[in-house]
Design a protein around this ligand. Sequence first.
Ligand code: KIV
Ligand code: ZN
Length: 503
Amino acid sequence: MARRIKIFDTTLRDGEQSPGCSMNLEEKIEIAKQLEKLNVDVIEAGFAISSKGDFESVMNIAKTLKNTTVTSLARALEKDIDVAYEAVKYAVSPRIHTFISTSPVHMQYKLRMSPEEVIEKTAAMVAYAKKYVSDIQFSAEDATRTEPEFLARVVQTAIKAGATVINIPDTVGFTTPNEMFDLIKYLKQNVSNIDKAELAVHCHNDLGMAVANSLAAVQAGASQIECTVNGLGERAGNAALEEIVMALNTRKPYFDIDCEVNTKQIYRTSRLVYNIIGMTPPINKAIVGTNAFAHESGIHQHGVLAEKSTYEIMTPESIGLKTNNMVLGKHSGRHAFEDKLIELGYDFTQEEINTYFEKFKELCDKKKQVNNNDIIAIVTNKMTYKPGTYELDRFDVHASNKNAATCVIVLKADNEFTEEVAIGDGPINAAYNAIDKIVSIKGHSLENYSINSVSDGTDALGEVVVKIRYNDNTYIGRGLSTDIIESSILAYVNGINKIIEMG
Ligand code: KIV
Ligand code: ZN
């Protein structure tokens, strides 16, 4: 029988540590719920002591999820462990994840501790955490640059003190698959109490080997892989969840490993995360990129038409993508629209379906055919207007290649309409200048602007994502329309609203 391994998702902790990938509480809860649908085993919801926001999100996720183990990271310090417990204690299955560095360079320069002090701290802090919950994960940070004999001593100590999971991080993405395989085998053979704990790996992608290293660890006997959706994470990121899961599934006879992830939720999870952090997947990204299942060359197309397996090693359906991209249009009724949402894997309340259907109808007035990507964009770009926030009423732009562009804009807030006009270097700059004259916040600046077409054709929906800097934080705004100036305005207003909502 195939061996079962666990998938530990750290998108909301290590993933969120990637520059420009911060998320607000609502967004984190939405991702956590989706990760539960994806059926991962453990969700690392944050680093509770690092900020009030992280504490709130770990606590709220712990309260919200129904089946999944929820953990918070904690340094090997009593105060970190206390706060981690306060946040995870509401979970159906709480875990505390404590860590300390074990490599010579980290012990000397980061911790300023001797190896013996690290051993003592490991024993004391694992035992301290054990007072709170039974499920304790211990990570030896920078394990792959640690002397194996010392690593084995630390691991043995942590298990003796009560750790139920031992994680071996390749913190700086330094190791190679063969070395990782040997290290896991070494620990299995040289730690006398190793069978009392699960062995996990956490691989970073600095040399592009995070997924390969994780799979090598599993082949050597590791039973938990830590990963993130879309491979987000510090620097070059972590091992990508979708790549690991699909490798194990597609090459099942080779690996002979089971994991319980519902692969049909992969595409949707990936899109949700990209949408929330305001990024679009590189088109050739493995598994979830737009080209992952596209066949361009004549020879390949011919082969796939004759027999899919000539060039397709996995099906688009297996990650929740429908090949039959049935389009909807202005004659499609609410029933067909609801069926399409169900087919795409969405749950919705009656209130949500009303909003989505209204947006769908608006889109049908502008676009003849509405496809899956358009519908995903409608659902993931849902906007709710809260008091004090702005709504676009109308705009009027004039642009030419000889003179500055002008834009008149009318925004509505709390039922009051405000009109402003501004000039700018192009119509979008003029619109943003006009918006800046209206809004109540000051001192913000546009950090990044990107535009992406979410479907094909000249009437495709243009999705604009902006990053606005305000008081040392970055806020992401998204806008969607068949008119790129409108989507640009909607994105900027959406970003400004997020700043106002955060108070
Ligand atoms: O990369 C790393 O070492 C980590 C640990 C804290 C698990 O993220
Ligand atoms: Zn990490």
